[in-house]
Structure formats: structure tokens, C-alpha cells
Design a protein around this ligand. Structure first.
Ligand SMILES: Nc1ncnc2c1ncn2[C@@H]1O[C@H](COP(=O)(O)OP(=O)(O)O)[C@@H](O)[C@H]1O
Ligand SMILES: [Mg+2]
Length: 199
């Protein structure tokens, strides 16, 4: 089998990624920056279009190393990172299937956001369908860490998804007992958005 270094990722005129994969490593997914391929049962490689984005993502993963939500980083090069493969549904699919949100999930979200702030990461927003997964031990895992320094203090997409799924009141009730500051920031956002729709 040819090794993953022979995979190339470029962009076309529409700025979509164009992937050339002469290996038999299965394609897992792609975004705007890179494409991910499964290397083994527990590892995958993300090949980046831009080297500087590979560097940003690697540095963020190193900074967050040891967080329960951070995939293990195994190896890196100029345009790639080899990391732990996360096996499980997206948080969105998981919550939709279960029809509720447990305290354990909420506690992990609060802990993750608190730890990100402590590390100086200013982007607390994250896509619940593409970037948070629930593994087979019910542990939340996050991917795509290149943009941790964007100024996004409110996890808007998480709160919007929870509203859509009808779980936001339960979630905020749980957060209230765990973190007063997040509770008031997130409640304010949800209430402001609600009154916008009611006007
Ligand atoms: N460690 C991983 N384990 C399993 N799937 C992953 C992993 N990293 C990324 N993916 C999948 O690949 C997709 C694209 O990766 P992502 O890091 O979001 O790329 P981009 O930076 O281009 O947006 C993700 O939405 C996710 O579905
Ligand atoms: Mg992405």
C-alpha cells in the first residue's frame, strides 16, 4: 500500500478541496482546510491544503494535550497530522437519538469550555454536527482546532442546535448548577435570540 504522503489536497477555482488519494486508506471527511483518512482502527491522518493551518492546528492540539476531549496527536509534518481516530456519532446525532441531554454530557461541555478559556483559547464556538463526537465510552471528543484564537466567546452553534432539538431549557438548568458565569452568558444569548424571533 502506498503511504499517506502520496495523498494530495489542493483547491479548485470554487475554493473546494480537490483530493487525490492513490492509497487505499479510506476517506473519512473534509472541510475547507483539509481532508481526513483512516490509517488504522485508532488513527487517522488529516492532510492540509495550507502548511500554516497544519501548524496552527498542531500547536492548538499540543496546548490542549491531556484534555479529555482532545484527540491524541501521534505525529505531524509540514502538511499533515496523524491523530487518534474518533469513532462515534456526532453530538447532534447522539442527542437527537437519545431525545435528552444527560448531566454527564453537559458537565463535559462546561468543563471543555472552562479549560479552553484557561488555555487562552478565545473561540468557544463549535459545530455540533461536524466537530464534536461522542465515543463509545460516552466521552466528548472535538476535532478541527486550527481556529482557536477567533473571537467567539459564546458557543452559538451549540446553543442553537440545543434550541432546535428542544433541549435548551434542560441544558441551561443543568449549567446553572455547574458554572454561574457560563449560565448567565449563555442564557442571555438564548433569551436575546428568542425575543428576536418573537418580535
Ligand atoms: N480525529 C478524527 N476522527 C474521526 N473523524 C475525524 C477526525 N478529524 C476529523 N474527522 C472528520 O473529518 C471531517 C473534516 O475534518 P476537519 O478537521 O473539520 O477539516 P477542516 O479543517 O477542513 O474543516 C470532520 O468534520 C470529521 O467528520
Ligand atoms: Mg471542519
Amino acid at each position: 500500500m502506498r503511504d499517506f504522503h502520496s495523498i494530495t489536497v489542493t483547491r479548485n477555482e470554487q475554493k473546494e478541496l480537490v483530493i487525490h488519494n492513490p492509497t487505499s486508506y479510506p476517506f473519512i471527511g473534509k472541510g475547507l482546510q483539509g481532508a481526513v483518512f483512516k490509517l488504522s482502527d485508532d488513527s487517522c491522518v488529516k492532510i492540509f491544503f495550507k502548511r500554516e493551518v497544519a501548524k496552527q492546528e498542531k500547536e492548538a492540539m499540543l496546548k490542549g494535550r491531556g484534555l479529555p476531549s482532545m484527540p491524541k496527536l501521534f505525529e505531524s509534518g509540514h502538511n499533515y497530522i496523524v491523530m487518534e481516530y474518533i469513532d462515534g456519532p456526532s453530538l447532534r446525532d447522539y442527542l437527537q437519538d437519545h431525545g435528552t441531554i444527560t448531566e454527564s454530557i453537559t458537565r463535559q461541555i462546561v468543563f471543555m469550555k472552562r479549560e479552553m478559556k484557561r488555555l487562552g483559547f478565545t473561540n468557544l464556538d463549535i459545530c455540533v454536527s461536524r466537530h464534536i463526537f461522542v465515543d463509545n465510552q460516552q466521552i466528548l471528543k472535538t476535532v478541527d482546532h486550527a481556529n482557536v484564537y477567533k473571537q467567539k466567546p459564546i458557543p452559538i452553534r451549540l446553543l442553537n442546535t440545543l434550541s432546535e432539538l428542544g433541549l435548551i431549557d434542560l441544558f441551561l438548568q443543568q449549567v446553572k448548577d455547574m458554572d454561574q458565569e457560563f449560565y448567565s452568558e449563555w442564557k442571555n444569548y438564548v433569551h436575546a435570540r428568542r425575543s428576536q424571533y418573537e418580535d
